[in-house]
Design a protein around this ligand. Structure first.
Ligand code: ZN
Length: 421
């Protein structure tokens, strides 16, 4: 919808400049901005808290980091781009020879105009990131370093929205909120999740929806640690990120490989992209799918991390992403939700003879469908194959009807008590 595109574009533009990290005020500000769109519960986990095999690190806040050349001219300034400082750099003030400074400068000789994104969350160090062409013209001499940051006990912050449905079975949508000054990774995931949360909030749904906005890895671990003893009944899940480029969709299966979300998404991305099998690298699906939790959580992206030149650089900016691509990806997830709401494998609750459809006002329920004949055929196919042995995609295939028509028919049959799923 055009309204969604506008919201997505505005949200990403507002979030882009914030100085995010896995902790700190930039991440809090990010959650506050998301909270202006959807009612978000915000949690703080103190530094030092054990979360599974990890420990929440000290909180990092960037005030400003600058590097000046021997003549006092600015080389880099985080006021221009906060990628310029290694994320989680410790505070430093002093003069350094170019030779010793060089060990702490990061650039990309193969992409000389781009600033790389570097982090060091769990190992104390410091450094600057700059374009290789800027680096190439640095002359000998003593450089002035001023990394004005705070790094000390504080908290990790994450956001959560739980939208209760009629049944406790949950759909989990998770996205990370820790990348500074980049758009595809990860503002598009945030914007898509917000779009989906707005959908979940619009009406009472059958399933319960849980949206997590967490710092990558440590945030997902913190949430899992908090719920380890009484894990909610997560029946389906998706990690979202990298949805705004012009590439086709890529669905990565959960570790289980054959969960309902895997079956449905494999079907839905056909013709729009590809499905890849599970591998133990990537985003927070690594945590949700770890064998102790083994949640049925897949991942939806477009361009896959590490495979495009703008990835984790200043090239991943607002002009690299398109709101309509984010909305198109969210629309595919809404098709998934429709399938999950209906029940992937429906069961006819009146299987002895054909139920009498006329008296149930079913044709009006398919009101939007111009073709009454295909509506009738959809009802008959669903009732005929809903024996617990066929999923909605198989039924659509056998019927030779579009999946949305079959989903709509199944939802109408469920509404009048003829179908369970
Ligand atoms: Zn990333």
């Amino acid at each position: 919808m055009p309204g969604d595109e506008k919201m997505v574009g505005t949200l990403m533009a507002d979030l882009f400049p914030l100085s995010r990290s896995i902790t700190g005020d930039g991440t809090r500000a990010t959650l506050r901005r998301i909270g202006a769109e959807i009612p978000l519960d915000v949690y703080e986990v103190p530094s030092g808290a054990p979360v599974l095999d990890w420990t929440v690190p000290d909180e990092w806040n960037l005030h400003r980091a600058v590097l000046r050349d021997p003549a006092g001219e600015m080389v880099v300034d985080t006021a221009d781009n906060n990628l310029h400082v290694v994320n989680y750099s410790e505070p430093v003030r002093g003069e350094f020879d170019l030779a010793e400074l060089s060990l702490r400068l990061y650039s990309l000789p193969d992409r000389p105009t781009l600033i790389p994104y570097r982090t060091s969350y769990y190992h104390r160090t410091w450094g600057f990131c700059l374009s290789d062409e800027r680096r190439a013209v640095l002359g000998r001499g003593r450089y002035q370093v001023d990394i004005d940051v705070s790094l000390g006990p504080g908290a990790l912050t994450y956001g959560e929205l739980l939208v209760p449905g009629r049944v406790p079975d949950e759909v989990l949508v998770s996205t990370h909120v820790c990348h500074p000054n980049m758009a595809n990774d990860n503002l598009t995931g945030i914007a898509a999740a917000v779009t989906l949360a707005c959908w979940a909030l619009r009406d009472m749904r059958r399933l319960t929806y849980r949206f997590l906005f967490v710092p990558a890895t440590i945030g997902a671990l913190a949430w899992l640690a908090a719920h380890k003893e009484a894990l909610p009944p997560i029946a389906h899940g998706l990690v979202l990120t990298g949805l705004g480029d012009t590439g086709p969709l890529v669905y990565k299966r959960s570790r289980r490989g054959d969960a309902p979300v895997d079956q449905a998404m494999t079907y839905l991305v056909r013709g729009r992209g590809t499905t890849v099998d599970w591998y133990p690298y990537g985003y927070d699906e690594r945590q949700y799918c770890s064998p102790g939790f083994d949640l049925p959580v897949g991942r939806l992206t477009r361009a896959v991390h590490g495979t495009y030149p703008e990835y984790h650089t200043s090239g991943d900016n607002l002009s690299f992403v398109r709101p309509e691509q984010v909305v198109a990806a969210a629309d595919v997830v809404l098709e998934l939700f429709d399938i999950l709401e209906t029940g992937l494998v429906p069961r006819n609750l009146s299987p002895y003879g054909e139920p009498q459809l006329g008296r149930r006002d079913l044709y009006r329920r398919m009101g939007g469908t111009a073709n009454l004949k295909s509506a009738e055929m959809a009802y008959l196919w669903v009732l005929s194959l809903a024996d617990g042995g066929h999923d909605l995609m198989e039924i659509a295939g056998r019927a030779g009807l579009p999946l949305p028509t079959i989903v709509m028919a199944a939802q109408a049959l469920r509404a009048v008590g003829l179908l369970d799923g």
